[in-house]
Design a protein around this ligand. Structure first.
Ligand code: F6R
Length: 608
């Protein structure tokens, strides 16, 4: 979604900010803009479309100014257009604002400002901010006082960067429920909504918290927390990003690269944690809450999209291995439920980005209940990682394709380990699962080695309009995830169903034009899945099956089969997911879609 980049220092700001915006392209956007300021005035440039277009329009050489802010916009209020693109400004063009998030009371604010004679040129919620600052700066003694007064009027979520010709050597930043990170350089500072935008320049960062207002000059960062009304000293942290991981390398797309990172992802997620030789699972991130975990008798998982489906796999895992009841909620629904909570309940938030607005809101909802808040997060230092009491990082490295692939693999790998940890060694599967986690990277590689076979099958099914994914038990959430992956990158209508539900409705859709993807790997329920496939065949529905190698029967039932190495039912979702990810990737490719940036979607959904 939207991205913010800012710079103040000794170098020309425009090229640094433009590079940063380029690094944020993966998040999805439809227009971009930049403003630079010097002692004599401001230069504002906006473009609909790619950052490359903005770069061409800006001509960085022509803008040596040392203070700059830029933005990539993913349209929420108003179509992608030059008027709606950020930065937004007051009428006198002295105050410039870029904003991520949503100002929920913008209609009231706009009406109020319009009644006072302020002219609006865009359809955005953001435009109220520069006008509001303008209004207060004419009535209050300092620009900072005006900024504080304006922020106090805003309802909703925001990360904003502000620069003004009144203070041409200062960059202002403020956040509420939307991330902002400040990069520390030598006589220069950077600002970004995502560390990926600045990691090329510095690994030293400090993360702003809700209600922080930062005043940043080339030499100094001062942070004032508006809620606590006092200055805050944030610790400078070191980014553990590896620049190389963020590059495409020899792959055609990030999605393909990230699918192929599955073996390394499993290794990183288990490194130093699953110790098969010692028969222990060591989760450093949970050590501080070990005593509290002993009293937990219910776990509520909250997440969105793919992370939600990983959570559903987690429900099966934790209930089976640790015997603790688990509920999984879509974060967007959880927020508005009237859920009874006791202190022996733990909330577990799962998120790749750590910045998903609904998941953050779910965590906020239980803030005052005194429940233990845990996280499974990929992005180190992200809002969710910092909001939770304890948690386990996925360590999957940056995920850049919009469709989540390796994050799901890492999340399920971490969930297996959390379930084992919570079992306190009581499950008979403890040892076999630790051994299987050790063997799993090699098995994931065997699945990846079948990419050509999967590509051929995908070519055969690329023109269908609908697809059904079915599975039982551990394969049920996989079916949901398989359908999501296919629909988001190929735009084929796809639905995931518990195979046992077929006769309760979905079977009505099946005919020769409605293929099914049956997850029929080895399980004590396999015979039942066979029956479901038979029902589909009887209605002439084409079937692609995923089965375990050595299965002689499946070829008689399905039109096409992808064979996976033998594994335990609990680790099956990992291998199944890789095969389904490849299938979706190749179908999307064959249909000529932008695989990494599917239409209408954004990476990291930072608004509700
Ligand atoms: C699907 C996908 C989304 C995300 C969802 C949650 O491929 O990427 O469904 O899984 O937006 O995002 P995170 O995990 O960042 O909270």
């Amino acid at each position: 979604m939207c991205g913010i980049v800012g710079y103040i220092g000794k170098r020309a700001g425009a090229p640094i900010v433009l590079d940063g915006l380029q690094a944020l392209e993966y998040r999805g956007y439809d227009s971009a803009g930049l403003v630079t300021i010097n002692a004599t005035g401001a230069t504002l440039t906006k473009q609909v479309g790619r950052v490359a277009g903005l770069t061409a329009a800006v001509e960085p050489q022509a803008q040596p100014d040392h203070l700059a802010i830029g933005h990539t916009r993913w349209a929420t209020h108003g179509v992608p257009s030059m008027f709606n693109a950020h930065p937004h400004t007051n009428t006198a063009k002295t105050i410039f604002v870029v904003h991520n998030g949503i100002i929920e009371n913008y209609v009231q604010l706009r009406d109020r400002l319009q009644a006072l004679g302020y002219q609006f040129v865009s359809e955005t919620d953001t435009e109220v901010i520069p006008h509001l600052i303008d209004y207060y700066s004419q009535r209050l003694p300092s620009f900072t006082a005006a900024l504080k007064a304006a922020l106090a009027d805003l309802r909703g979520a925001y990360a904003i960067a502000v620069i003004t010709t009144i203070r041409p050597t200062t960059l202002y930043a403020a956040r509420l429920s939307s991330p902002l990170v400040i990069g520390v350089g030598d006589g220069e500072h950077y600002l970004a909504s995502d560390p990926a935008a600045i990691m090329e320049h510095t690994k030293q960062v400090l993360y702003l918290d809700d209600y922080d207002l930062a005043t940043i000059t080339a030499d100094k960062i001062s942070v004032h927390n508006l809620k606590r009304d006092k200055p805050i000293e944030h610790t400078v942290e070191l980014l553990d990003f590896d620049n190389e991981q963020a590059q495409l390398g020899d792959y055609a797309h990030f999605m393909l690269k990230e699918i192929h990172e599955a073996p390394a992802t499993i290794r990183s997620a288990t490194l130093g944690r699953s110790l098969a030789a010692k028969n222990i699972v060591k989760l450093g991130g949970l050590e501080s809450v070990v005593a509290q975990l002993k009293y937990i008798d219910r776990i509520v998982i909250v997440a969105c999209g793919t992370s939600y489906y990983a959570g559903l796999v987690g429900e099966y895992l934790i209930e089976e291995l640790a015997g603790i009841p688990v509920e999984v909620h879509l974060a967007s629904e959880f927020k508005y439920r009237h859920e009874p909570f006791s202190r022996s309940t733990a909330l577990l938030a799962i998120s790749q980005s750590g910045e998903t607005a609904d998941t953050i809101a779910a965590l906020k909802k239980v803030e005052d209940y005194g429940v233990l808040r845990l996280g499974i997060v990929n992005a180190v230092g992200s809002t969710i990682a910092r909001m939770t009491d304890a948690g386990v990082y996925c360590h999957a490295g940056p995920e850049q394709a919009v469709a989540s692939t390796k994050a799901f693999i890492a999340q399920v790998t971490v969930l297996i380990q959390i379930a084992l940890h919570l079992s306190n060694g009581r499950t008979k599967l403890f040892k076999p699962l630790l051994k299987e986690l050790d063997d799993l990277p090699a098995k994931a590689q065997i699945v990846l080695d079948q990419a050509e076979t999967i590509k051929k099958i995908a070519a055969k099914y690329k023109d269908y309009r609908d697809f059904l994914f079915i599975g039982r038990q551990y394969n049920f959430p996989c079916a949901l995830e398989g359908a999501l992956k296919l629909k988001e990158v190929s735009y084929i209508h796809a639905e995931g169903y518990a195979a046992g539900e077929m006769k309760h409705g979905p079977l009505a859709m099946i005919d020769k034009d409605f293929p099914s993807f049956a997850l029929a790997t080895n399980s004590f329920l396999l015979d039942k899945t066979y029956s479901n496939i038979e029902e589909i065949r009887a209605r002439k529905g084409p079937v692609v099956a995923i089965a375990t190698v050595g299965n002689k029967h499946i070829a008689d039932l399905a039109d096409d089969v992808i064979y996976l190495p033998e594994t335990l039912e609990q680790t099956q979702p990992i291998l199944t997911a890789i095969a389904m990810q490849l299938f979706s990737y190749y179908i999307a490719l064959a249909r000529g879609h932008n695989v990494d940036r599917p239409r209408n979607l954004a990476k990291s959904v930072t608004v509700e």
